[in-house]
Design a binder for this molecule. Structure first.
Ligand SMILES: Nc1nc2c(c(=O)[nH]1)N[C@H]1C(S)=C(S)[C@@H](COP(=O)(O)OP(=O)(O)OC[C@H]3O[C@@H](n4cnc5c(N)ncnc54)[C@H](O)[C@@H]3O)O[C@H]1N2
Ligand code: MOO
Ligand SMILES: [Mg+2]
Length: 420
């Protein structure tokens, strides 16, 4: 049993990220949500494009008021034009003058400061100030957000609403993103049947729920899940299915058959197939029987070889999800070209609402819900843990982490939480 941190490192070291050339595609902006950018995007323009107002108010020349002691009684002449957003401005703001301006309006030459209208009083065509502005106030200066020629979004960034909006503002119609990794799912076990209702559920049979849970996690991780069906506990059948999966997938996940039972064949088959087995079990609860192996796929064209990562996760449904949350999600992120911010789970500290217990032999993850009370993170664990009980994990959004040898955390104490 290897420690969790060591297994995470072994896995990440095995992952060779996609190449920006070859493993990428160019897609229109509305199709890149959740994808990883495969190129640096450089801004062609200064942002903002020109000095503009951040408020509805009046643009003025700070020099006109800078040294005026009796500024409250100063009357600035309001220019006979106004500046709405979108209007190109050629006028020069004259000395002693101010101009009506609206949020987003271009600052005229000569103006350097904006006062918001609530801080002014307009008397006919003159403006009196109720508050003395500071120089440059409420002006968004040209190039203040980003200068032309600098990087706007870096390769390796996961694209979401902010990034896609920013790319749109820079007039990017399409961008190069990494292709989505293809993840094969194999469900092993004589007891498994599909969702198909055409057959009666016989005694001893259970539905292959891992396929659905894993496929959902894979999709959430930005990859494509490819189901390779249910394989009975038969060595030859498993070998054939793994060979098929190698031909089309970047990563293979099988569930079940990862432990030490007489019909737990995964390790044996992988060895027979010449795989390198890097991990057989992890000091984690749930999720102890985890096989991590690498297989090779020959590329005949140039005789180079692709390495396919194989994860044999436990059959117990919560254990299978645990392996994904703790190890596989990060591996997919690295493979997919995402920067290292995405390779590890996110942890925060929270106060537990119940006593937490663990045996202390393995790093133990207790599932439950993270909420906030008056802005403080609170962790509410479930009552009884069984890695076979997926129902108990409904609503889970976080897991409390009990380190090896940590057996008790009392209610009200702080505990490390992994967000899922
Ligand atoms: N003597 C030992 N026995 C076990 C050990 C051990 O160290 N020594 N480890 C236990 C732990 S921990 C786990 S976790 C399980 C993992 O077992 P396997 O990976 O070999 O999985 P199976 O035996 O095939 O199945 C376990 C359990 O999960 C159900 N299952 C399997 N596949 C699915 C699926 N696709 N959808 C839903 N449920 C599934 C299966 O019916 C079993 O109930 O081993 C312990 N044993
Ligand atoms: O590790 Mo198993 O996953 O405890 O149930
Ligand atoms: Mg077993």
């Amino acid at each position: 049993m290897l420690p969790v941190s060591e297994v995470e490192k072994i896995i990440l070291d095995l992952v060779k990220p996609f190449a920006p050339e070859g493993d990428s595609e160019i897609l229109p902006l509305l199709e890149v949500n959740n994808r990883i950018l495969a190129e640096d995007i450089t801004s062609e323009w200064d942002f903002p494009h020109w000095d503009n107002s951040a408020m509805d108010g009046y643009a003025l020349r700070y020099a006109d008021i800078a040294d005026v002691i009796d500024w409250q009684n100063l009357k600035l002449a309001i220019a006979p034009y106004e500046i709405t957003a979108g209007k190109a401005i050629t006028q020069l703001l004259k000395q002693g003058e101010c101009v009506r301006i609206f949020t987003g309006g271009m600052l005229p030459k000569g103006a350097d400061t904006v006062i918001m209208q609530e801080d002014t009083e307009r008397i006919d065509n003159f403006l009196q100030l109720k508050v003395k502005p500071t120089q440059g106030e409420y002006v968004r200066h040209r190039g203040e957000f980003v200068k032309a020629g600098t990087t706007l979004v870096r390769a390796g960034t996961k694209l979401g609403a902010t990034e896609i909006g920013a790319l749109a503002s820079a007039r990017c119609q399409q961008v190069k993103v990494y292709r989505q990794p293809k993840i094969a799912i194999i469900s092993t076990g004589n007891e498994l049947v599909s969702l198909d209702r055409s057959q009666f559920l016989q005694d001893g049979q259970i539905i292959d729920s891992n396929l659905y849970a894993l496929a959902t996690l894979i999709t959430q991780a930005g990859a494509i899940a490819i189901p390779f069906g249910i394989v009975s506990d038969d060595q030859a059948e498993l070998e054939i299915t793994i060979k098929k999966a190698i031909a089309s997938a970047d990563i293979i996940i099988s569930s079940g058959g990862a432990s030490v039972g007489d019909y737990d064949y995964v390790d044996a088959i992988l060895e027979k197939m010449g795989a390198n087995i890097h991990v057989c079990s992890v000091a984690i609860k749930p999720g102890k029987p985890l096989t991590v192996a690498s297989l090779t796929r020959s590329l005949n064209v140039n005789e180079s070889e692709d390495v396919i990562l194989y994860f044999g996760v436990p059959g117990n449904p919560v254990s299978a999800m645990m392996s994904f949350w703790r190890f596989i999600r990060g591996a997919i992120a690295k493979l997919n070209g995402a920067n290292s911010n995405y390779w590890h789970p996110q942890f925060i500290k929270a106060i537990t609402t119940e006593d937490l217990h663990a045996q202390g032999r393995r790093e133990t993850y207790l599932w439950g819900q993270l909420t906030y009370h008056k802005g403080n993170p609170i962790f509410q664990p479930i009552k009884n843990y069984s890695s076979g009980n997926l129902i108990s994990a409904i609503g889970t959004n976080a897991l409390a982490v009990m380190r090896v040898n940590q057996t008790y955390v009392p209610v009200g104490d702080e505990v490390m939480i992994m967000i899922v």
